[in-house]
Write a protein that binds this ligand. Structure first.
Ligand SMILES: Cc1ncc(COP(=O)(O)O)c(C=O)c1O
Length: 348
């Protein structure tokens, strides 16, 4: 186990976190005159549990990870921001990321005044393992890997990630937002071995709760304690926790299976179209599609009421659209518009 505390910003390592009224009293029953709340019950008059114990217990069962190794954030974006706030001294430390990848690593780095060194993926979107290590120095505190990667859709092999975990001197953050759509298993089983590993997941994708804003981080107990110390005390509201507990009782496997089948069907259908140059293999719930005329196809889709993501100006994704897998009917709609693109009008 690496000495993680030596990587932490000194002001964070020595932080006395805010202690909420509910942190001090552990019971559920009593007369609560400790938090200046309105005493009249309307279901939401009390502050929520700052440690989210009930929801963590449920996630712990689902993922097979101890509650002390779980952080729940206001979306994974909160966890990404916390990585910077906990580990990087603004203006001094730096972070490494692959390119193209999820845009929030750059935004969070910029907000925190931390230079982000972006390393292009290889032409086939594989991981440039040694180039990533070449970019590091003694101030490199974070390395972001997104697997399956947004927007390229591919997973990175376990051996390459462990290679980096063994050699990188800082924290390796593996964003598994789309892991439930992948054939490859999650890296959660590596947490016992690597104290420098942070895994991000989310309830926004396969679990269908994007509107509730619930992101997850998993890491060694000591790392999760730092997250708990730095987060806003009541970062998850009661309503979101209640809805999540109810929705987590549902089995999403059948939805994930439909999405995966649709992914295959759309891949085949798009691949036959003249305006489609390439559909990249995807382990996620979206497809990256290289087309002859990204802007015009994008506009045509918009005109037909179908909104996709135009990634053609992202380095490494030139001429590409990123298309989320929708319901079968939504996908048919999208396919009929792309199929009609550039078809000559038949004049009788
Ligand atoms: C790779 C990746 N990570 C994280 C997120 C954000 O997830 P959340 O909704 O939990 O903030 C996204 C959203 O699209 C994503 O693509």
């Amino acid at each position: 186990m690496k000495d993680i505390l030596s990587l932490v910003r000194p002001n964070i390592a020595s932080l006395s976190p805010y202690s909420t009224a509910r942190d001090e009293y552990k019971g559920d029953i009593g007369i609560f005159l400790d938090a200046n709340e309105n005493p009249f019950n309307n279901g939401y008059n009390r502050y929520p549990d700052p440690r989210q114990r009930a929801l963590k217990a449920r996630i712990s069962l689902l993922k097979g990870i101890a509650p002390e190794q779980i952080f729940i954030g206001n979306g994974s974006d909160e966890a990404i921001d916390l990585c910077f706030r906990i580990f990087c001294i603004p203006g001094t430390d730096n972070a490494i990321a692959i390119r193209p990848s999820y845009g929030m690593y750059r935004v969070a780095a910029d907000i925190n005044d931390v230079p982000l060194r972006e390393v292009p993926l290889n032409a086939d979107f594989s991981l440039p393992v040694d180039n990533l290590l070449d970019q590091t120095d003694e101030h490199s505190k974070l390395l972001f890997l997104c697997s399956p990667n947004n927007p390229t859709g591919n997973c990175f092999p376990l051996e390459q990630i462990t290679y980096l975990l063994n050699r990188f001197g800082g924290m390796v953050v593996v964003d598994e937002a789309y892991i439930d759509f992948a054939e490859q298993p999650s890296l959660l089983t590596l947490l016992d071995k690597y104290s420098n590993l942070i895994i991000l997941q989310t309830l926004s994708k396969a679990y269908g709760m994007a509107g509730l804003r619930l992101g997850l981080a998993f890491a060694a107990k000591e790392v999760m304690q730092l997250f708990a110390n730095v987060k806003y005390p009541y970062n998850i509201n009661l309503s979101a926790m209640e809805h999540a507990e109810r929705l987590l009782a549902r089995d999403v496997c059948s939805e994930v299976e439909i999405i995966k089948k649709e992914r295959m069907r759309i891949t085949k259908a798009l691949s036959t179209l003249p305006c489609v140059l390439r559909v990249y293999p995807s382990d996620a719930n979206f497809l990256l599609v290289k087309v002859t005329d990204a802007d015009r196809i994008y506009d045509q889709l918009i005109e037909g009421g179908v909104i996709v993501r135009n990634r053609s100006r992202v380095k490494g994704c030139e001429d590409c659209l990123r298309i989320t897998i929708g319901t079968p009917a939504e996908n048919d709609n999208m396919l009929s518009i792309v199929s009609a693109f550039n078809k000559p009008l038949i004049v009788k």
